[in-house]
Design a protein around this ligand. Structure first.
Ligand code: NAD
Ligand code: ZN
Ligand code: ZN
Length: 379
């Protein structure tokens, strides 16, 4: 038992007080974990574009004041009632979508959309009592996607925690807690390209480049990277991207450009931008007869997907996925093992590192489209 178990912990957290305003490092009180909850000491966290959307509050209606953050690695500090599978000292990755292990989704091999713990961006409280575990002078500070990792300590439902190999370096594998697993799984588990096939990846941020990495691992022979920022192309070569298309360089839709490059369309496409037009292009650029497109980007709340139904009749398939269809507790430990066996490199996704006090710098880098993942060191 740690000396802090059962006690309120006072620690630093980066609080988003209002949309689009720099986060403020505050002293917060973190209540002990309740039934089926665990309290984690976060050691490293990184910034994913989904945090930026909910900070800007453009994507959906958002909840403030809030502690954002969902890509992270840490150590279990204490566990609440009923938690048997985790103990203080375990090395873990918190995950924004959970796995209760008991619902129809958790029992299905095809789904990771747990009925109890699937992503919920509007809920800012814990399930057990409908309250927050964070407060400042008694005023509640809300949670984000059940993880809130921009805090030295956080409380998470046990079903949203993957216990991993204690030898895995937490400053590296933290990126597997969202972006890299999402992109990798979107390709390997959902798009499933075959050896020698062609794959288009829309958006060459960390998620898109992880999707490209998945295509490379699956043996795709052509990987076409699409981005509005040509500055992304040089970096993308390290991820097996073989050709580049900047839609701004053409006066026709990018789906037509890709169809011409590939004699009718790519075999698979994976969209990792969050932009509705890119989503439509990603669908319309797959080959008729067998093409499959997978949407990963988080859309604007008012977005509407519009395409001619003939595109479906002509035997194209459109899919979408959260977290690359991985179940956090069952599957993520083995993704960490892929890294440990050097089958998957994560270092190349990490381009920046800052101390916790400089967390706003990570936001600036992402808004400028500079680099891939920025690791935020909590200590
Ligand atoms: P990022 O900002 O690092 O990368 C996005 C890239 O897309 C940028 O390089 C940008 O220039 C490019 N882009 C934007 N609009 C484009 C367009 N119209 N055409 C082509 N390229 C365009 O972001 P990221 O962290 O890699 O995340 C990518 C997306 O995936 C975001 O929408 C994020 O919210 C989403 N996401 C989804 C899941 C999930 O489980 N479904 C998980 C993590 C992230
Ligand atoms: Zn994310
Ligand atoms: Zn479930």
């Amino acid at each position: 038992m740690s000396s802090t178990a059962g006690q309120v912990i006072k620690c630093k957290a980066a609080v988003a007080w209002e949309p689009g305003k720099p986060l403020v490092i505050e002293e917060v009180e973190v209540a002990p974990p309740q039934k089926m909850e665990v309290r984690l000491k976060i050691l490293f966290t990184s910034l994913c574009h989904t945090d930026v959307y909910f900070w800007e509050a453009k994507a959906q209606d958002s909840v403030f004041p809030r502690i954002l953050g969902h890509e992270a690695a840490g150590i279990v500090e204490s566990v609440g009632e009923g938690v048997t599978e985790l103990a203080p000292g375990d090395h873990v990755l918190p995950v924004f979508t959970g796995e209760c292990g008991e619902c129809a989704h958790c029992k299905s091999e095809d789904s990771n959309m747990c009925s109890l713990l699937r992503i919920n961006t509007e809920r800012g409280v814990m399930l057990n009592d409908g309250k927050t575990r964070f407060s400042i002078n008694g005023k509640p500070i809300y949670h984000f996607v059940g993880t809130s990792t921009f805090s030295e300590y956080t409380v998470v439902h046990v079903g949203c925690v993957a216990k991993i190999n204690p030898l895995a370096p937490l400053d590296k594998v933290c990126v597997l807690s969202c972006g890299i697993s999402t992109g990798l799984g979107a390709t390997l588990n959902v798009a499933k390209p075959t050896k020698g096939s062609s794959v288009a990846v829309f958006g060459l941020g960390a998620v898109g480049l992880a999707a490209a990495e998945g295509a490379r691992l699956a043996g795709a022979s052509r990987i076409i990277g699409v981005d509005l920022n040509s500055g992304r192309f040089e970096e993308a070569k390290k991820f097996g991207v073989t050709e580049f298309v900047n839609p701004k360089d053409y006066d026709k839709p990018v789906q037509e450009v890709i169809a011409e490059m590939t004699d009718g369309g790519v075999d698979r496409s994976v969209e990792c931008t969050g932009n509705i037009n890119a989503m439509i292009s990603a669908f319309e650029c797959v080959h008729d007869g067998w093409g499959v497109a997978v949407l990963v980007g988080v859309p604007h709340k008012d977005a509407v997907f519009k395409t001619h139904p003939m595109n479906f009749l002509n035997e194209r398939t459109l899919k979408g996925t959260f977290y690359g269809n991985y179940k956090p507790r069952s599957d993520i430990p083995s993704v960490v093992e892929m890294y440990m066996k050097k089958e998957l490199e994560v270092e190349k996704f990490i381009t920046h590192e800052v101390g916790f006090a400089e967390i706003n710098k990570a936001f600036e880098l992402m808004l400028k489209g500079e680099g891939l993942r920025c690791i935020i060191r909590m200590e």
